[in-house]
Design a protein around this ligand. Structure first.
Ligand SMILES: [Zn+2]
Ligand SMILES: [Zn+2]
Length: 770
């Protein structure tokens, strides 16, 4: 008795181990399924584009987790009525099938459950008895591993629906251009009967057979009480589908990018299909005009400023324009930005106390080693406000400002603000950084303007709907951002009068154009509280075109897009950040902080800006009552005189202002019979023109200063010194001045009280050891 009991135990144990091994070695059928092609959706969930899977099949991940009820009822009624009851196989239907097959003398019925069909889908190929057995084992394993709903989903997502269409979502889209949840009863019934014999019953052929099969199922559904008689009759009258639809292929450049970047089978993006289509039409319309002028390629991007989400992405004027390389995506191309990076330098310089928009900047020949920046007009203005220099996009004042601000700091500003295309070191770009010497990608350039519109807080743009957004970094103060946005919203720009009328628009836009060196790239970037729009025009083959310019080629397109976009009246223009601005006194003439000799003006400036540099240009002179002569202590005896301030221009500035016909206030000549008047000519003895001067460092590693030597000046006379046209100080008589020039080329100018001036250009080499 005891022995027998033990034997039973051993047998039971062996059976359990055997079953366990079988369970373990039976592959999980679900692992071989779900080979989805990618599907890209717009911000409302509309399909932008669907891609084939690795096996060139249309097969998509289900749109939502719920199985559409109509489809579930139709499929279970047709395929597997006891699906929710059986353990993976149905012994009754297997016996029925076997007897039916014997009667018929051939295989007419499989007796397969949905679970077994899932296993068969995972192991395609010839049906053998061994395979059938494996299917049965796998079915049991599936039932243990998954819920019934999950198994039904596996079936629906992988069942064949004719041709290379797999899964119910691909079938619903290809046959009815609808998502499965939107199917009618007739459509659901049709999709339920299709996988049963997809080869014989693919839509388009055997229409009547298909309709008969579908209608039999509809009547069964009515019998079961799932649908009423009227629904059944009406559904039976619906035509079957006769051909496959093309799946959408919208925003082809963008969807190609998103699918290449993302691994998820369903990519939810921020693109707005409606806006995309509208702007595509705008681009095509405008592109025709540019094409006549040999400008073949256009790209554009529209961004929602609040969310920093990309709404429109146009890689080229026409994806299918092979002749003009339409498949290239200009949005992703790395191109020279021309002048489009200038506003950020001006804003940063305001924060740094270097300028306010009213500050005068020199526009005179400037040399930085071999680099000599030139304005597009090839002219020099002499002296312009920062405001005008930016609006007119003058290169020389911008380069001079960058030199003052420091190209290295600006280089790191651009990196912090999101430019990833600066592949050289800061020195590698140097001062060319501000006039298009680097390369940018459109989304990063747009992100810069979007940052300015977001009160100087910079962050990358996003194109994925549910993506975690990067935390913005504050790089420019809200006050200075607002100020620069207003500067570049000044619409009437000299030099753009010819096409100005085209840009006339009631909606305000802050914008900047850029033209790259050699007329290869034309940019226009604009921003208002609602949108940032970036436009590029040029040729993908890098062909230069003299007709190409930011203002004439890209500008009209920018405004055409801006006009077409829907506007929110609440977001007409940026609100003045009152808490961020404070009143500040400036010299009315030079725009620097006023000295006691300056006439004053009051402006608003960012509270976070550093103290503005002082005006050294207004200097006091002793003049006769009629202001006709200056006098000194050696000659004013017996002459009535008074103190009067004069603007002492840097010599080059004075020269170009006069050349351009601007009235320049002259300092009156010194009284002729002054006994100390020295007739010799003012001259610079050191440094000599063209000299290369080595400045070593002291023991404490401080750079030694340069002390110029001059002769030929009158004793007691006041001299004004300028290094690189920036005021460097004033001296009287034999007083020395010491300067701290950096490595590179410099111009030293001296002007005396009578307006005589002398200049020298030299090169400085500072010891690099630190
Ligand atoms: Zn002043
Ligand atoms: Zn005198």
């Amino acid at each position: 008795m005891k022995k027998r009991k033990r034997l039973w135990l051993v047998i039971a144990l062996i059976v359990i181990i055997f079953l366990g091994i079988i369970y373990l070695i039976t592959p999980d059928a679900s692992k071989k399924l779900d080979n989805y092609g990618k599907i890209v959706l717009d911000r409302q969930g509309k399909i932008l584009r669907a891609f084939l899977n690795e096996n060139e099949q249309w097969c998509f991940v289900p749109g939502n987790a719920q199985i559409p009820p109509k489809l579930e009822k139709a499929v279970l009624c047709f395929e597997d009525r006891y699906f929710y009851q059986h353990p993976g196989f149905n012994p009754v239907s297997i016996i029925q099938a076997v007897s039916r097959n014997i009667k018929a003398g051939k295989v007419v019925s499989g007796g397969s459950t949905i679970t077994m069909q899932v296993c068969r889908l995972a192991n395609p190929g010839e049906r053998t008895l061994y395979k059938k057995l494996m299917e049965l084992l796998q079915a049991v394993k599936l039932e243990i591993l998954y819920t019934k709903k999950e198994i039904l989903s596996l079936y629906l997502n992988n069942a064949p629906y004719g041709g290379n269409i797999l899964g119910v979502r691909a079938a619903a889209l290809k046959y009815f251009a609808r998502e499965p949840a939107q199917l009618s009863w007739a459509e659901a019934a049709l999709l339920a009967v299709l996988p049963n014999a997809p080869a014989q019953l693919s839509p388009g052929k055997n229409q009547q057979l298909l309709i008969d099969k579908r209608n039999r199922l509809l009547h069964n559904l009515a019998k079961k009480g799932y649908i009423d008689e009227i629904t059944c009759e009406l559904s039976c009258r619906e035509p079957a589908v006769d051909n496959k639809r093309n799946l959408p292929c919208e925003a082809p450049h963008f969807t190609r990018y998103a699918a290449a970047k993302q691994n998820s089978p369903e990519i939810r993006t921020t693109l707005d299909l409606q806006l995309q289509n509208m702007i595509e039409r705008t681009i095509k319309f405008q592109g025709g005009y540019l094409h006549e002028n040999g400008i073949r390629n256009l790209s554009a991007l529209v961004v929602d400023n609040q969310s920093r989400e990309i709404l429109v992405w146009i890689g080229s004027q026409d994806f299918y324009d092979d002749e003009a390389q339409g498949q290239i995506d200009g949005v992703l191309a790395e191109r020279s930005p021309g002048s489009t990076l200038k506003p950020f330098l001006y804003a940063s310089a305001i924060d740094d106390g270097l300028i306010v928009p009213e500050t005068m900047l020199a526009d005179v020949p400037s040399y930085y080693g071999v680099f000599q920046p030139k304005n597009a007009s090839r002219k020099y203005e002499g002296w312009v406000t920062a405001n005008e220099a930016l609006v007119r996009s003058l290169n020389v004042p911008a380069v001079r400002l960058l030199n003052l601000y420091g190209f290295e700091r600006y280089y790191y500003f651009l990196k912090d603000a999101g430019l990833t295309t600066l592949f050289r070191t800061a020195e590698g770009y140097g001062l060319t950084l501000i006039i298009g010497g680097c390369e940018v990608r459109m989304p990063e350039l747009a992100a810069l303007y979007c940052g300015l519109a977001n009160q100087g807080r910079f962050a990358p743009l996003s194109y994925l709907k549910d993506e975690d957004k990067a935390k913005p970094v504050q790089l420019i103060s809200p006050g200075s951002s607002w100020q620069i946005l207003n500067v570049i919203s000044e619409l009437k720009r000299p030099g753009a009068e010819y096409y100005w009328h085209q840009f006339d628009n009631q909606w305000k836009l802050a914008w900047k154009t850029g033209t790259s060196y050699g007329h290869r790239d034309a940019w226009a970037v604009g921003t208002n509280p609602q949108y940032t729009i970036a436009v590029w025009a040029g040729n993908f083959n890098n062909q230069s075109n003299p007709m190409l310019s930011g203002a004439s080629s890209a500008g009209p397109l920018l405004f055409a897009i801006f006009n077409a976009l829907p506007k929110d009246p609440e977001k007409y223009w940026f609100k003045m950040p009152l808490n961020e601005l404070e009143e500040c006194e400036i010299c009315a003439e030079t725009g620097f902080a006023p000295s006691k000799w300056c006439e004053k003006d009051t402006i608003l400036v960012s509270k976070q800006a550093k103290a503005l540099r002082f005006c050294n240009y207004h200097q006091p002179f002793q003049v006769t009552k009629d202001s006709k002569n200056t006098v000194c202590s050696k000659c004013w005896k017996g002459i009535e005189h008074e103190t009067k301030a004069y603007l002492v221009y840097p010599p080059q500035v004075r020269k170009y202002l006069k050349l351009n016909g601007y009235p320049v206030q002259e300092i009156p000549p010194h009284i002729p019979d002054c006994p100390t008047r020295y007739k010799a000519k003012l001259q610079i003895d050191y440094p000599q023109p063209g000299a290369m001067i080595f400045l070593p460092r002291d023991i404490d590693l401080q750079q030694q200063r340069l002390t110029p030597q001059i002769s030929g000046y009158a004793p007691e006379t006041r001299l004004f010194w300028y290094l690189d046209n920036e005021f460097a100080g004033s001296t009287i008589g034999k007083e020395n001045i010491s300067l701290l020039p950096e490595n590179g080329f410099h111009t030293l100018s001296i002007i005396d009280e009578s307006g005589n001036s002398v200049s020298t250009t030299f090169q400085i080499n500072v010891s690099q050891e630190k």
